[in-house]
Design a protein around this ligand. Structure first.
Ligand code: SF4
Length: 304
């Protein structure tokens, strides 16, 4: 049995030292700095809790942090680095970016950033862009094939470098959006789990930002001034249905504050006997259960 991990937030003053560097001339006012520290502590606490709740990181793990250049993956890397400094177990981080050879991809951005912060990294070059363009019929969305190829490349590379965990930057809203998309279009009640064993059993995927709000991540990313790489370089239409669901959730959150929190809680609090999946619950065996309970009750009655 390996050690459990405790990822307590550092004291506020230490967290503050990781705030974006500012010269005295453009230093944010004290209030803004306090807000930033609170935001950073919240993200650390939520990621730490998710890591503990799902047993995501253990002693000696080599965590491959998938870095796309978007706000979520930058934030995940920063929060994991911060947690790594105070965690009672040792684990290593290696950032991996998949350069999919999209036209206009700014190759220098991530290496410059990662060299600057002193994180080990690899840039994996795979021309999935050409494959996707070649195989996808005109007018069809390219994202499904692109994602499959990306996942295959990253899983294979994780094995090559001996990574024991693959960290992805999905957050609470990604999980809820996927839940609704699967209900609306897939006829299944499933989403993105915080921890997942790949189908072939070779890779373990973790989502340390599973409890984090997208708005917090966006604000953190803005304050940290991460060098964001736009995600529309492929020229593909974004997934329109995902955008519809995203807008629906955002609208609910405005009109009914707390609804997303409650829905996310529901994902962690499933009652199979109150649904209708015969694989998950033995409805056919309810009579047997009933007979057993009645027999138990009679025994109890006779003993007393
Ligand atoms: S938007 Fe472009 S890069 Fe992103 S998944 Fe779709 S096809 Fe791939």
């Amino acid at each position: 049995m390996q050690d459990a991990v405790t990822f307590d937030p550092r004291p506020a003053d230490e967290a503050a030292s990781a705030a974006p560097s500012t010269s005295s001339a453009d230093a944010p006012d004290a209030q803004a700095k306090r807000e930033f520290n609170k935001l950073q502590k919240r993200l650390r606490r939520q990621a730490g809790n998710a890591i503990i709740d799902f047993g995501m990181i253990r002693e000696g793990d080599k965590v491959m942090v998938c870095l796309s250049g978007g706000k979520d993956s930058y934030t995940m890397l920063e929060i994991l680095r911060s947690l790594q400094r105070s965690a009672p177990v040792n684990f290593s981080l290696v950032a991996v970016n998949l350069d999919q050879k999209q036209p206009g991809f700014p190759e220098h951005v991530l290496p410059e950033y990662l060299d600057g912060i002193g994180v080990d990294y690899h840039i994996l070059e795979r021309d999935t862009y050409s494959v996707v363009k070649e195989k996808t019929p005109e007018g069809k969305t390219t994202c499904a094939l692109c994602s499959r190829l990306r996942r295959g490349s990253l899983y294979g590379y994780a094995e090559e470098i001996g990574a024991t965990k693959i960290a992805l930057g999905h957050h609470r809203e990604d999980i809820l959006e996927t839940l609704f998309l699967n209900m609306f279009f897939g006829g299944s009640l499933k989403s993105m789990p915080p921890k997942l064993l790949s189908d072939d059993g070779k890779n373990m995927v973790i989502r340390p930002l599973a409890y984090c709000r997208e708005a917090d991540i966006a604000e953190f990313s803005r304050r940290m001034e991460f060098p964001i790489i736009p995600c529309n370089l492929c020229g593909s239409q974004p997934n329109l249905q995902r955008q519809v669901v995203k807008d629906m959730l955002a609208d609910w959150e405005v009109k009914h504050p707390g609804r997303l929190e409650s829905m996310f809680k529901a994902v962690t609090n499933v009652a199979p006997s109150q649904l209708a999946d015969r694989e998950l619950f033995d409805f056919a065996g309810l009579e047997d259960q009933q007979a057993k309970r009645q027999a138990d009750r009679i025994d109890l009655h006779q003993e007393s």
